[in-house]
Write a protein that binds this ligand. Structure first.
Ligand SMILES: Cc1cc2nc3c(=O)[nH]c(=O)nc-3n(C[C@H](O)[C@H](O)[C@H](O)COP(=O)(O)OP(=O)(O)OC[C@H]3O[C@@H](n4cnc5c(N)ncnc54)[C@H](O)[C@@H]3O)c2cc1C
Length: 454
């Protein structure tokens, strides 16, 4: 499920101007190739943005190396296959397949996907009381109306939670509305009390269906990384861009390069784990501080037999939202796998990071047993994520926090001295927080570097 699903069709006719030269079949002059061959580029981060930039530049002829802190490529495209099925710990969905560059990439990479029908849903209230689909859809429509218009009354210094409480106090204790706020907004943006009431509605969406990856979103990252010079387990701690070449310190080693593309997540930029010489300009530091980094955690549970409805989604509306209130039926796209995927968002997601598996499982089972009865069996296995504690992400993805402005996404993207370039989902004003936004940002920065030698 995704915010502003209803807008998708209106965007369906956008031209495919963002398709990369590599997708269209790149061509460039031999002069350009010769000049590129004399230049070196270090790309920091082997997530989809870094790999997109690296591949594009390599194809033109630059000497490209990718420095990746982890022991694998993909970043927030990460699939755990321990249980015999790909559990995407980061990105799962292609959000709107029409004209989305990920659709084309998925086809090239061999990433399979499955249409997840948002209307195939069973909704449970407390005590396992099942709502009628008509009631659910009616409430959803009313929610969308509010969601679509509330930002008109928003202001930069007021949170979504505050504005909503002021304007719609009648929904404060409505469990279904709390569910919508949680899964349709907090899922994408994190804490509603940190989310801008003015900007929560910003960002664009592609048209077409939502499709979920079935053999792992990292298939795309592995495809993009083929033939690239990627150095793993290279943690970057310092970037000196005071002169040419730029000098990048990784694992205590200093590497010089004509150009650097920095694609580490916003959480890493916020952490201060990487120092800059000279210090980043004030406008860049302000943008790093103001744009928000949310937290979402995912949980995969596997049973010997399925006991739930044969629908795509199961929703549950406890008094306390933001935790285990939304279940994806994995069996729909892996018929032999009896598994559910569920989520925690915002503060509830952060809380889970310090909880043991037993604590997490007890809370998830309490919800499932309320829906399906006290004899609902324990799962045989569970997989989980801890995105906030991960020093290579420090969170899920960016969002428009109270006090931020859209131009700060541009500030995050702005290069310094034509030698230090910035990519990553948090640098894409239209498609921030998504895999496609990250991909497009990498392509954008590659184009900027190519322009330097044209
Ligand atoms: C739980 C979750 C669910 C999501 N669901 C979806 C979804 O369904 N659909 C969708 O479109 N998007 C989704 N996203 C968002 C999507 O995954 C990201 O926007 C995208 O993958 C980000 O790519 P990136 O290249 O910007 O960053 P990353 O993938 O994070 O890449 C940055 C790289 O930098 C590396 N790095 C960090 N610090 C250092 C350092 N100091 N030195 C060297 N390397 C470093 C990291 O290890 C990483 O590999 C989800 C994200 C999460 C976390």
């Amino acid at each position: 499920m995704r915010r502003r699903d209803f807008l998708r069709n209106s965007l369906a006719s956008l031209p495919a101007f963002w398709l990369l030269p590599s997708l269209l079949g790149s061509s460039c002059s031999s002069d350009l190739r010769d000049r590129a061959a004399e230049k070196s580029v270090l790309v920091i981060g082997a997530g989809i943005s870094g790999l997109a930039a690296a591949r594009e530049l390599r194809d033109i002829g630059f000497n490209v190396k990718v420095l990746e802190g982890r022991d694998r490529v993909g970043g927030r495209l990460r699939a755990n296959r321990e249980l015999g099925v790909a559990f995407d710990e980061g990105a799962s969905w292609i959000h709107g397949v029409r004209r989305n560059p990920i659709t084309e990439l998925a086809a090239q990479a061999g990433m399979n996907s499955f249409y997840t029908n948002d209307e195939s849903i069973a909704s449970y209230d407390l005590g396992g009381v099942k709502r009628s689909t008509a009631d659910y859809l009616q409430a959803e429509e009313a929610f969308y109306e509010v969601f679509e218009s509330l930002h008109e009354q928003g202001s930069p210094d007021k949170s979504f939670a505050q504005l909503f409480a002021e304007r719609y106090p009648q929904y404060a204790n409505n469990r279904l509305w709390k569910f919508f706020l949680s899964t349709y907004i907090a899922f994408d943006t994190g804490d509603l009390d940190l989310l801008s009431s003015k900007l929560y509605y910003e960002g664009e969406e592609f048209g077409g269906d939502e499709e979920i990856a079935t053999n792992g979103y990292d298939t795309i990252a592995k495809h993009l990384a083929e033939g690239l010079d990627v150095l793993l387990e290279q943690r970057v701690t310092k970037i000196d861009y005071s002169q040419i070449p730029v000098v990048v310190t990784h694992n205590g080693v200093e590497s010089p390069s004509d150009f650097v593309v920095l694609t580490v997540p916003l959480g890493v930029l916020k952490s201060g784990d990487i120092s800059f010489e000279p210090a980043l300009p004030d406008w860049k530091r302000t943008a790093i501080e103001k744009i928000g980094m949310n937290c979402v955690n995912k949980f995969l549970l596997v049973w010997d037999e399925a006991f739930w409805d044969d629908v795509q989604y199961i929703s549950y509306t406890p008094e306390e939202p933001d935790q285990y209130n939304y279940f994806v039926n994995v069996k729909k796209f892996h018929p032999t796998v009896n598994a559910l995927m569920t989520f925690a968002y915002a503060e509830r997601a952060r809380e889970t990071e310090n909880q043991t598996d037993a604590q997490v499982l007890a809370d998830i089972m309490a919800h499932l047993r309320d829906m399906f009865g006290p004899t609902t069996p324990e799962p045989s296995r569970m997989l989980r994520t801890r995105w906030l504690s991960d020093p290579f992400s420090y969170g899920g993805y960016s969002f428009t926090a109270v006090g931020s402005s859209m131009s700060q996404f541009d500030d995050l993207a702005r290069s310094l001295d034509d030698r230090l370039f910035f990519a990553g989902e948090h640098t894409h004003r239209e498609y921030f927080s998504t895999a496609h936004g990250a991909y497009l940002s990498g392509a954008r920065e590659a184009e900027k570097i190519i322009q330097q030698i044209e």
